[in-house]
Design a protein around this ligand. Sequence first.
Ligand SMILES: [Zn+2]
Length: 419
Amino acid sequence: MPVAVGAAQPPLSGKGPSLSWTPSLAGTFNPNFSIIIAPRQESRLEKTPAHTISFSDWPPPKYIPAVIDTDAKLAALLPAVKSATWLALDTEADSLHAYPEKLCLIQISTVAGDELIDPLGKINLDPLLEALNAHELIMHGADYDLRLLRKHHEFVPSAIFDTMLAARLLGERQFGLGSLVEKLLGAKLDKASQKADWARRPLTEQMETYARKDTHYLKPLADKLKLGLQQKGRLSWHQESCARLIVETSQPLVVDTDSVWRVKGSSRLGRLALAVLRELWQWREREAVAANRPPFFVLTHEKLVAIAATAAARRPVEPLLPPRLAGSQRRRDGLANAIKTGLQLSTDRHPEFLRPKGHRPTEAEMHRYHELEKRRDARAHKLGIDPTLIASRATLGELASDWDKHAPGLMNWQRELLR
Ligand SMILES: [Zn+2]
């Protein structure tokens, strides 16, 4: 074993054998050493002492990125994925850092260990996605992950077990992964890398560890939750909810060009201000893509609305500009142009106010709404779950106006509870 031994260097720490090594060799320490410490087949979160006997803390194990980022490495992983008896999945994206966002990491846990796959590497993910499709995927709060996988890789799973949905159907009010893992498994998750930029390469050791832990506990967590659902007779509710989530997240994304720019706060604007806002929003989209930064980084929704209102009132908008924007002549010009275009539009081309959806409810409808609400809340209270899991207020309104038309859109378990 090529352990580097220097002559007269002081030991690196008080622990371990009283050998010392040349610091200059530390950075080039034979990587095989670390591979011996952490064999591929084993979870890196549970290093087996057998391999670490006298070297457990000396010299410090060199960190080796172990992300699957080539077709060859993926091919080596596939048999374990294909033959897995259970499989947990998670993904990380860079939506806080880039625009449009990218799928940056796929985490997979099987009985063979926790693995990281790099979709940004030169790698063909098709064999992996195909293998995943043969499994029920254990995921936590799968909504966003599934939308990303669908959008970037046309991947729609055949079945999922969503641990967040399971927890909510059991009445858990703290259903974040960290809370559940702590409450049900007694383990603590580190949140440090939650908002990290997952597009950076190489990942840091801390990010890798965080990412592996995201799927590491999902199987035992799912087992506990499943048992709870069975005991309460709610497993079929959960199955239906998971299937519904797959359908919802696999719909093709239709962008409504007349509403996508109507950001929060825009409903109080006049038509001229709306015309300006629409132009401003489009300018912000172009800027965000050009800068590869999320739109809020260019200008927040709030500012966008305030600038539109101010410009429509023919008052100067400069005092509203954040320093980052005010400091760029190019951006200021772009913004001024967008405002000018909006202000110059003829009145007939100003956006219309959005008509309130539906109609004013009749007295009978109001009555039915309150009856439904009472029933929903009573059921939810008895079951110990959040009433909106059974039906949202909007759904109650639809059901009150036309039960026969809208009830088929409910899941069976929801419909049963509202009868
Ligand atoms: Zn995650």
